[in-house]
Design a protein around this ligand. Structure first.
Ligand SMILES: C[S@@+](CC[C@H](N)C(=O)[O-])C[C@H]1O[C@@H](n2cnc3c(N)ncnc32)[C@H](O)[C@@H]1O
Length: 269
C-alpha cells in the first residue's frame, strides 16, 4: 500500500504535520489535513491519519466513480448470488442527496474526501450540493477537525462549517446519549475507520450505531485488526441488530487494501 506524502509546516504548532490525500481523478484538488503522528499535541489517537482511514477514503472514491447510474433493484439479502436481480450494497450508488455522519473522525480525512467527491458529483450534474457530511468526535478533537475543514472547504474555521454548508463538525462522544440524539436526521450513511480499537468503548460505540442508524442507513466500517478476539466479540454483539457483509478485495481500491484491514457494510436487520 502506498503512503501519502507528508511535509512539516513551520507555521503551525502541533498537530504540525501536513498530510496530503490525493484522488485518482486528478481534476479533484487533493486534501491537506493537519495531523500529529508523534502524539506531542496530546490529542490522542484521533490526531493521526490511520491506514484504515485511507482505505475507507479510497473505497469511497472507487464506489462513487464506479456506480454513477441509479440502481433500481434492491434486496435485503446482501450476499445473494443472483447478479441479475440484486446489487450488493457495496456496489450500489450512494443516495442523492447523501446525508453522512462520520464517527471518531479524528483528522476528518475520510469525511473530507467524501465531501470532495460529493461536491464533484453535484458540479458534474450542474446542481448545487444538497449533501451533508457531519464530522464527529470527542470535544477535544473538534478544533483539529474545524481547522481541517477550513483548510479544504473554506469557512472561518471557528464553527467547522464549510462555506457551502456541505461539511459540518459536531461533538459526538459515544458515551453521551444526548450527543447522538443531537445529530440531524435522516442519516443515509455512517462511516467510521479504526474505531474498534479499544474494547472498553465497544458497548458505547455499538449503542451509538444503534441510536443513529435508521432502517435505510448504511454503515461503512473499516478497521485494522489488532485484537482479533475482542473485535470478534464486538461484531458478534453488533450482529444481533445489524446484518454485515464484508467488502471483498475487488470492491476496494486495488492499491488501497491490506490483509489486516477489514471493511464491512452493515444495515439494521
Ligand atoms: C484510532 S482513532 C481513528 C481516527 C480516524 N477515524 C482515522 O481512522 O484516522 C480513533 C478515534 O475514535 C475517537 N474516539 C475515542 N473515544 C471516543 C468516544 N468516546 N466518542 C467518540 N469518539 C471517540 C478518537 O478521538 C479517535 O478520533
Amino acid at each position: 500500500m502506498k503512503d501519502t506524502q507528508t511535509t512539516a509546516t513551520a507555521q503551525q504548532r502541533p498537530p504540525c504535520t501536513e498530510r496530503i490525500f490525493s484522488f485518482d481523478d486528478a481534476s479533484l484538488s487533493p486534501l491537506t489535513v493537519l495531523e500529529d503522528p508523534t502524539g506531542e499535541s496530546g490529542l490522542g489517537t484521533g490526531a493521526t491519519v490511520w491506514d484504515a482511514a485511507l482505505v475507507l477514503a479510497k473505497y469511497l472514491e472507487r464506489r462513487m466513480t464506479t456506480t454513477t447510474t441509479t440502481t433500481t433493484t434492491t434486496t435485503t439479502e446482501p450476499d445473494s448470488g443472483s447478479a441479475t436481480a440484486t446489487v450488493r450494497w457495496s456496489r450500489r450508488p450512494l443516495p442523492r442527496p447523501l446525508h453522512c455522519v462520520e464517527l471518531g473522525a479524528g483528522t476528518g480525512v475520510v469525511g473530507l474526501a467524501l465531501a470532495r467527491l460529493l461536491r464533484a458529483r453535484s458540479s458534474a450534474m450542474g446542481t448545487q450540493t444538497q449533501d451533508s457530511v457531519v464530522l464527529t468526535d470527542k470535544p477535544s478533537l473538534l478544533e483539529l477537525l474545524r481547522t481541517n475543514v477550513a483548510r479544504n472547504f473554506g469557512g472561518n474555521g471557528d464553527d467547522g462549517m464549510a462555506t457551502d454548508g456541505l461539511v459540518q463538525v459536531q461533538a459526538l462522544d459515544w458515551t453521551q446519549d444526548a450527543d447522538a440524539q443531537a445529530i440531524p436526521r435522516p442519516i443515509d450513511l455512517i462511516i467510521l475507520s479504526d474505531c474498534v480499537y479499544h474494547q472498553p468503548l465497544h458497548d458505547a460505540l455499538a449503542h451509538t450505531l444503534d441510536q443513529l442508524a435508521g432502517p435505510e442507513t448504511e454503515i461503512l466500517l473499516v478497521h485494522e485488526s489488532r485484537k482479533f478476539d475482542e473485535e470478534a466479540q464486538f461484531f458478534a454483539k453488533l450482529g444481533v441488530r445489524f446484518t454485515f457483509h464484508d467488502l471483498k478485495p475487488e470492491d476496494m481500491h486495488p492499491e488501497w487494501q491490506s490483509e489486516d484491514i477489514h471493511a464491512f457494510s452493515a444495515r439494521r436487520r
